[in-house]
Design a protein around this ligand. Sequence first.
Ligand SMILES: [Zn+2]
Length: 96
Amino acid sequence: MNTKPAPICGQHKQPKEWKQTTYVYSEDGITVSVPNIYAWVCPVDGEAAFTPETADELFKSVRQLLATAKESRAHQSLLKEYSVSVSSAEQLRPAA
Ligand SMILES: [Zn+2]
């Protein structure tokens, strides 16, 4: 469980909620979507703030997935969409 006090959204002055969200990143016509990751989410506009640990993992994974997708496109693969999941997603929660 997360026991840190909730950060306050600077724009809406509301405490953020610790819950699962979906991170979406688009570059050069390729979209990478990472669902079910925990972040501090603003209750007003849904903007997610990821912990540094989660952001690092996201950045690394997204770069690798983009590279894979671009390579696939370069040799005109018939595959246009991928879905990958791993069972250890809970490790992305920050240490309590
Ligand atoms: Zn907000």
